[in-house]
Design a protein around this ligand. Structure first.
Ligand SMILES: NC(=O)c1ccc[n+]([C@@H]2O[C@H](COP(=O)([O-])OP(=O)(O)OC[C@H]3O[C@@H](n4cnc5c(N)ncnc54)[C@H](OP(=O)(O)O)[C@@H]3O)[C@@H](O)[C@H]2O)c1
Length: 275
């Protein structure tokens, strides 16, 4: 069975994917930042899975964690670049250090992991890299501008990676889920509570950042993990894989409508307007 490396397995999609793939017989290596998370996952996933402590914002941590893995076991067959943090706020009020931290994790962190793994896949002439984008990695929404900017950047890097690695037999894919029921959403709430000025003119939208239409169609982490497993099992398909009914409708509209028609649609649905 394939060896799959997944970053950010302490919760949410990373945890669901690691446990699902381990149960399906894959050899899983997951990364977490804290030992208690590694211990809990080890107990749940069984002896064939292994856990690395790693912070994607730290050069040495990634070099030690993944360099050691490649030395011991060679390149994984699949890398899932799953780590991601929210970055919530109007563009007017977004704090520069918060935005920088999100870029450091979602963009540079993903690149750091890629650079630690891609050379060994390229030398072997086989492999698959899946970068976790989002439905709003292709069309931005108000209040999500900072987060969207990180996912747009990840998508741009993924396109370049795909062209660069294709001649060496390595595939790059992007997974674009809609909203998933994970702790990620609570982290957004913490950002709203702690960092947004109480008298913000964008307050109503900050209180309800996700348009109601999207909230009706939330995926479970395991549904997205199932889409991820399918992507691993059909690597020759399209570059981007959309996951979740909300994401499909949103991205289909973005692809088929011109800018004006798309903006009118979002405004009508309450996506774009600040109530
Ligand atoms: N939830 C959604 O609605 C949604 C929708 C579309 C796309 N996504 C994307 O899906 C991916 C997974 O998100 P999720 O919803 O499963 O969120 P999550 O439960 O918050 O998981 C994020 C993971 O990233 C880890 N992480 C954060 N910063 C890190 C760092 N500097 N170094 C190493 N690990 C770090 C977290 O570990 P700690 O516990 O140590 O913080 C956690 O394991 C993300 O890329 C996210 O952008 C999420």
């Amino acid at each position: 069975m394939k060896h799959v490396l997944i970053t950010g397995c302490s919760s949410g999609l990373g945890e669901a994917a690691a446990l699902r793939l381990a149960k399906a017989g894959y050899r899983v290596t997951g990364t977490v930042r804290r030992q208690p998370d590694a211990d809990r996952l080890a107990a749940a996933a069984g002896p064939d899975a292994s856990w690395i402590l790693m912070d994607v914002t730290d050069d040495r941590s990634v070099r030690d964690g993944l360099g050691g893995l490649v030395e011991r076991r060679g390149a994984p067959d699949v890398l899932v670049n799953n780590v991601g943090v929210p970055c919530l706020g109007s563009m007017e009020e977004l704090r520069i250090p918060d935005f920088r931290a999100a870029i450091e994790t979602n963009v540079i962190g993903a690149l750091r992991v890629y650079q630690a793994i891609a050379p060994a896949m390229r030398r072997r002439g086989a492999g698959q890299i899946i970068n976790l984008s989002s439905s709003i990695g292709a069309a931005a929404l108000p209040i999500y501008g900072g987060y969207c900017a990180t996912k747009f950047a990840l998508e741009a890097m993924s396109e370049a990676m795909r062209y660069e690695l294709a001649p060496f037999g390595v595939t790059v894919n992007v997974l674009q889920p809609g909203i998933i029921a994970t702790p990620f959403r609570a982290k957004k709430q913490v950002q709203r509570d702690e960092r947004i000025p109480a008298n913000s003119p964008y307050g109503n939208r900050l209180d309800n950042p996700s348009p109601p239409d999207l909230l009706r169609r939330i995926s479970t982490p395991d549904e997205v993990a199932a889409a991820l497993q399918q992507l691993i099992e059909t690597p020759g398909g399209e570059f981007r894989r959309v996951c979740g009914r909300d994401a499909k409708a949103f991205l289909e509209a973005r692809q088929t409508l011109d800018d004006g028609a798309f903006e009118r649609l979002l405004t009508t649905k309450g996506y774009a307007a600040i109530p």
